[in-house]
Design a protein around this ligand. Structure first.
Ligand SMILES: [Mn+2]
Length: 323
């Protein structure tokens, strides 16, 4: 499959690149990395995302070139790259339609449950999609500029939760080392990703921690619409709140429930240790993700969804304990 991707890149000239809804550093870092790689080879790359680039990720080199669906040119392209998408419908409305009739979709991802929706698929279970793209640069012999290094490194930092998740390996650390050597500004990237919370976000974090409940090794907190209103925040301001819950000593699983105001509840699931599969539980509710970090969007009320998800998590903990 790597060979096929190399052939596509060498044979064709015009590419489009996209990623998932609510894009984070691995999604945008991967998308921009593909652009830098293609342009280094003299190819044309157009980028589109359904959701806007978050303010805190605008530092990623090339972020300004990412277009909204409305502004995206409908000029034909030879191939589409879809990066960091565990499911094709995660690209969102508008882009999904553009992909549907295209004869050449290249799917590059690291989600274990990726159904290989592309015509060419390179799905490797590793820390980040940018890890896979680093490998692509090695196959292509593309020089890693500071800009490309910044995009690749940011994806690794975000998806390892700053080198703290179980997906950190010697390989991940050595790629990260190489990227810093190539000019990725490690401290600057850490500040951009972790230390740019607004005061309303900090207040929302405070409420989330105050409202947390713990039972049988599970910690959870819920954010009703009313709390979003009171703190002048939205679901976009909940990045990494669940990781703060997971920092509690002695817990096994952390859950965050967010009332979307659309009759649906967004659930983030985090396992403290390897072994418990959060993506399996997320899939029961129509979601997906990784073993240690997963999510789902569930129709229902806050109380109802809380009860159902917590019951599944407790069941999984029990099964793990007793065999
Ligand atoms: Mn990712």
């Amino acid at each position: 499959m790597v060979e096929q991707i190399l052939t596509v890149i060498r044979e064709y000239e015009r590419f489009a690149v996209t990623s998932h809804l609510s894009p984070e550093a691995d999604a945008i870092g991967s998308q921009l990395a593909v652009k830098h790689i293609l342009e280094a080879l003299g190819k044309e790359a157009r980028l589109v995302l359904r959701d806007p680039v978050p303010e805190t990720l605008r530092f990623l080199p090339g972020a300004d070139s990412i277009q909204s669906v409305g502004h995206f040119s409908r000029e034909p392209v030879d191939a589409w790259f879809v990066v960091d998408c565990g499911q094709v419908n995660r690209v969102g409305e508008g882009i999904l339609q553009l992909l549907q009739d295209h004869p050449l979709i290249v799917n590059i991802d690291h989600h274990v449950d990726n159904p290989l929706f592309g015509h060419i698929n390179w799905v490797k279970v590793t820390a980040s999609t940018t890890m896979v793209l680093y490998e692509l640069t090695q196959h292509l012999g593309v020089k890693i500029t500071p800009e490309l290094a910044t995009c690749l490194y940011s994806g690794i930092v975000a998806d390892t939760d700053s080198f703290r998740n179980a997906n950190v390996s010697a390989d991940v650390l050595s790629v990260a080392t190489e990227l810093v050597r190539c000019g990725a500004p490690a401290r600057e990237i850490a500040v951009q990703i972790y230390e740019r919370r607004t005061l309303p976000e900090i207040r929302l974090l405070g409420h989330t921690l105050l409202n947390a409940q713990v039972m049988d090794g599970v910690i959870w907190s819920s954010i009703p619409q009313e709390l979003f209103r009171r703190t002048d925040t939205s679901v976009n301001d909940t990045e990494r709140l669940v990781e703060e819950l997971r920092a509690t000593d002695g817990i096994r699983v952390a859950l965050l429930f967010k009332e979307m105001g659309t009759g649906k509840i967004k659930v983030s699931l985090r396992a403290k240790k390897e072994g418990l599969d959060m993506s399996r539980i997320a899939r029961l509710f129509g979601g997906g993700g990784h073993k240690q970090a997963a999510g789902c969007l569930v129709p229902g009320t806050l109380e109802d969804v809380e009860a159902r998800v917590i019951q599944e998590v407790k069941g999984a903990l029990k099964t793990e304990l007793h065999g």
